[in-house]
Ligand binder design. Structure first.
Ligand SMILES: Nc1ncnc2c1ncn2[C@@H]1O[C@H](COP(=O)(O)OP(=O)(O)OP(=O)(O)O)[C@@H](O)[C@H]1O
Ligand SMILES: Nc1ncnc2c1ncn2[C@@H]1O[C@H](COP(=O)(O)OP(=O)(O)OP(=O)(O)O)[C@@H](O)[C@H]1O
Ligand SMILES: [Mg+2]
Ligand SMILES: [Mg+2]
Lengths: 269, 269
């Protein structure tokens, strides 16, 4: 039975598309059949990444593992209710089809709130939420007390996740829910007071709103510099890209492996 | 005559709200009357920042300069055309009122595409677009050739900006357009090949799609660590926050001053 991994966070720029690209290529290199669904198809970071990957393969005669791919734009029906219904039908059709034919389906979602994203969340077996190491990012998960960093109340994204868990249970039975994992992203290399304060707040929040904390990614250029070629560091062994493996590449690979392990996915070689 | 500064970029997490907070507090400390308009009112980073600022003032008995503030949520009318009309009317009313009573109106927009954001862009005198130092971020401005980093074609956000310039000229006469400034944000402290490639691509793009490049902000914890108190580094002199001014604070202040100068705004003391 295939697994659906949704990468979501209403906060923009937290690292959703970057995380999708790295999870996807790691699973492909581990020999699994993977499908990719882009629910942020106007911005299309994931769609363009896969286009860049196909172009590179054509230009350089390389043979890289590719996922089955599909993208869904928001419905353009004039009535909000009809648009919602069309979004729901399209997501359901795509998820059912892509799950049936692959071991994993990885779904990228937009850094904002819309029907497509909500419906996509309701199909998750695993929800991965990347988060910048900042109280600005944490603000969409919960309101935090400035003096003692306690949780005052969950925010709009945590509420949305809770609603989609309920929608999932209603659709497929109470036993069916998803595993919610939060990962810190773009972590600074120097320990700071801000990082410690974030540590404390996230640990408190995890218990309060019910998610697990996964080891995250540090701020490393290698996580972003291969986008134009449609590659990630997981591809570097397979493709003769002429890029030298540095200490940061090795550390970044460890971080990807750490994330995979903590969300119960097969680990890269 | 007041100036409207819109901070926009469809790419999530590029630093829009952070830039708004710093521009706004710099102008307030320079003694100007400033209004803030939040067109991203579901995520509400700017609205929560100002709430946090008010709470701090109440808690600590501080007196900090505050902007006049207004937020607009997207219309909830069921028909798309009626919703668009309501969005347009609400933005027009707020902009006309806030401009009349203040020296500057600073507008925060969401990291996605919607009517409110488009209409907000059409009222800009100055449009500031923050950008992470990454080809992932650049992708929403233009498609870039992976081999020579030339511009293949403008992307959806550049096209939206062009459309709003036309809407502005139609509404207020051809002589009325806005100054488009792109600033790099979260720049790494080590020069990398990626940074140089970004330099080249942005310089080419500036000529091709018509924007100026402003000096940007480096990756510094001080740009994000005061969010829960509703402060920025510009407030540190005025408020007895017990935070020591470090070398990074001094450098960050220079960066904010550099941005103000390059967009023709009064420089902070
Ligand atoms: N660990 C990392 N190290 C360095 N740069 C990173 C890292 N993670 C993400 N980035 C960069 O940060 C920016 C935001 O990442 P990304 O676009 O993946 O986030 P997102 O959540 O998908 O954004 P959106 O909300 O717009 O969809 C991009 O410029 C990306 O290249
Ligand atoms: N120069 C900087 N140094 C350090 N951190 C920064 C800097 N600029 C922004 N950040 C952090 O990066 C993240 C994104 O910034 P911000 O929320 O201001 O972007 P945005 O464009 O408003 O995002 P959205 O698209 O969600 O509205 C936040 O966690 C913020 O604290
Ligand atoms: Mg994305
Ligand atoms: Mg914002």
């Amino acid at each position: 039975h295939s697994k659906v991994i949704v990468v979501g966070n209403e906060k923009g720029g937290s690292g959703k598309s970057t995380t999708v690209m790295h999870l996807m290529t790691a699973l492909l290199h581990a020999g699994y059949k993977v499908a990719a669904l882009d629910l942020d198809a106007r911005q299309a970071t994931l769609s363009h990444y896969l286009e860049n990957r196909r172009d590179l393969m054509a230009r350089k005669g390389l043979n890289l593992p590719m996922p089955e791919y599909h993208a869904i734009l928001p419905s353009d029906k004039v009535s909000r209710d009809e648009a919602r219904q069309e979004d729901e039908d399209r997501v359901e059709e795509a998820v059912q089809r892509l799950r049936a034919e692959n071991d994993f389906l990885v779904i990228d979602t937009p850094g904002s709130d819309n029907f497509l994203s909500r419906i996509g969340h309701s199909y998750a077996d695993i929800l991965v939420t990347p988060l910048n190491d900042s109280f600005v990012d944490l603000d969409v998960l919960a309101k935090i007390d400035p003096d003692n960093h306690n949780v005052i109340r969950p925010s709009q994204y945590a509420q949305m996740v809770f609603e989609q868990k309920m929608a999932r249970a209603k659709r497929e039975g109470l036993h069916k829910t998803f595993d919610w994992v939060v990962m810190r992203n773009r972590m600074g290399h120097l320990e700071s007071k801000n990082q410690q304060a974030m540590d404390q707040a996230i640990t408190t929040l995890a218990k309060r709103i019910g998610f697990r904390v996964a080891p995250g990614f540090s701020e490393r250029v290698i996580f972003r510099e291969l986008f134009l070629d449609g590659l990630t560091l997981l591809d570097l062994r397979a493709a003769d890209t002429g890029i030298r493996m540095s200490m940061s590449h090795v550390a970044a690979r460890q971080e990807v492996r750490g994330l995979l392990q903590s969300i119960g996915l097969p680990v890269i070689g």
